[in-house]
Design a protein around this ligand. Structure first.
Ligand code: NAD
Length: 469
């Protein structure tokens, strides 16, 4: 049992929100956050505060999601620290002006360039499943870009939200960065303020509310939304590799991963072999089952437990593996279900949990048709098969990102931009994209006085001047 004490969740008083935003706005207007030295100092302080509070974070993530310690370091704590290291190493290069390419001599005398300007005071709204990564990840980009801002973590992971607030308050400049904790009331109050950008991660339903509100003041948004991500396993795929990797795609955070495959379509010929390999992999990863294992998370709360359980109950599919649930722990085992109908709720709705529906298909073409009918723009796509087959699938099914012959591995590459397309989101972040998403690329020229004679041709009267071009 951990001896770390986590403060009980407390929503931030709504009547103080306007003053907090004004403070951040004033810091931005005072040019405080623009020097690279300031940005690097803030990022380094955040790095060390995350490190200093790692035990509290591990405990908070365990309380919120039963997150295994290994996963807490892999996809939360070290994830954020590594992002900070990458950003601080490259910031100087990213901040530099960029010259316009391929200029004729006269244009080059004007020094045409792109200056990287911070957008201003921004709002980050986080989701519950990777509460640290999905909140601090964008915040790191905002600090790097020279923005000030407010972070609103998900109240559905309350313990981690409180530790994040402590980390920000202990480490960052309190006139420039703040955490507002709370749910709909607090987020709605935040949305009444004017922001330079809103960065939102969460469901498409709430994303629509955010985008509508932002549109009232023409505020730009970055939306990282949900995915009904297909995996497609062709008859030429290696069934052992596909089974192990897709099982990993569901066991991590008990399937509460936006890029996790939502359903697997598999060519009929290979289905029995694939199921056999899934059972072998399950036994290898969890010799005594998931319930007693320290390496398996829990569903975040009772509401989501019932949502996922209902999905399982409503499905007309046949359970092949797992199926055990325990409400007292919000526990749902990794559950493999064979479904026969492409309209089954387990295929068309996002489970965001440890459900693994398998749908047998006659051909790759059939799988592509179904993938495009379920969700034309999923967040992730996971084709397993030959090079020709996986290329065909990639060409014919659009998605935010894709991992070939794997579950969501593309999402773990720190230097690769991450984001959705169409219904699964707009905008991207991670690596340099985190800096870019909070940066305005300001096109500029500077016209020297001595060029006046050279440029006078632009002034009227125009008669006879066209011939000079
Ligand atoms: P959610 O939409 O319920 O909540 C996200 C955030 O919005 C929270 O901070 C919450 O407080 C706030 N919110 C909720 N209702 C609101 C309202 N009516 N008005 C204003 N703000 C409101 O999402 P969630 O349940 O935390 O996350 C699950 C969803 O997010 C899934 O669909 C998942 O696929 C998606 N997701 C996407 C990504 C990604 O990177 N694309 C990452 C994680 C989760």
């Amino acid at each position: 049992m951990s001896t770390v004490k986590i403060a009980p969740f407390e929503a931030t008083p709504v009547d103080g929100i306007k003053a907090t935003v004004n403070l951040c706005e004033t810091a931005f207007r005072a040019q405080k956050t623009k020097p690279i030295s300031y940005r690097l100092t803030q990022l380094r302080k955040l790095y060390w505060a995350i490190d200093d509070n790692k035990d509290a974070l591990v405990e908070a993530l365990r309380l919120d999601l039963g997150k295994p310690t290994f996963e807490s370091f892999l996809s939360e704590i070290d994830w954020c620290k590594n992002d900070i290291v990458f950003v601080t190493k490259n910031l100087n290069k990213w901040m530099k002006d960029e010259s316009a390419p391929d200029m004729p001599l006269t244009n080059s005398l004007l020094n045409p360039r792109i200056r990287k300007e911070p957008l201003g005071t921004i709002l980050v709204i986080g989701a519950y499943n990777f509460p640290l990564q999905l909140s601090f990840g964008p915040l790191i980009g905002a600090i790097a870009a020279g923005c000030t801002g407010v972070l609103k973590p998900s109240e559905v992971s309350p313990a981690t939200a409180m530790v994040m607030k402590k980390i920000v308050e202990e480490s960052l400049d309190s006139t420039a960065y703040a955490v507002v904790n709370g749910g709909i009331t607090e987020t709605s109050a935040l949305l009444e303020e004017k922001w330079a950008k809103i960065f939102y991660t969460g469901s498409a339903n709430v994303g629509t509310i955010i985008a509508k509100k932002a549109a009232e003041t023409l505020t730009p948004v970055c939306l990282e939304l949900g995915g009904r991500n297909p995996a497609i396993v062709t008859k030429h795929a290696d069934p052992r590799l596909a089974a192990r990797r897709l099982l990993w795609g569901k066991l991590h955070n008990a399937g509460q991963v936006c890029v996790s495959q939502n359903y697997i379509m598999i060519e009929k010929d290979i289905l029995p072999l694939f199921i056999e390999q899934l059972k072998i992999a399950m036994k290898e990863f969890y010799p005594n089952g998931t319930k007693s294992s320290p390496d398996y998370a829990r569903i975040v709360n009772n509401r989501h437990f019932h949502r996922i359980k209902k999905m399982l109950d409503d499905s007309r599919g046949k359970i092949l593996m797992g199926g055990e649930v325990d409400e007292s722990q919000n526990y749902i085992d990794i559950t493999v279900v064979q479904v026969n109908d492409e309209k089954d709720s387990m295929i068309v709705d996002e489970s965001f949990g440890p459900l693994m529906p398998l749908l047998a298909v006659d051909s790759v073409e059939d799988a592509i048709r179904i993938a495009n009918s379920v969700h034309s723009t999923p967040l992730g796509l996971y084709p397993f098969g030959t090079k020709a087959e996986t290329s065909k699938i990639l060409n014919e099914v659009t998605s935010g990102g894709a991992s070939v012959n794997d579950a969501f591995f593309h999402g773990s590459i720190p230097t690769l931009a991450f984001g959705g397309v169409g219904d699964s989101g707009q905008g991207a972040y991670r690596g340099k994209a985190s800096f870019d998403t909070f940066t305005h690329r300001r096109s500029m020229t500077t016209t020297p006085g001595w060029m006046e004679g050279l440029l006078a041709v632009r002034y009227p009267p125009y008669a006879g001047k066209l011939a000079k071009f």
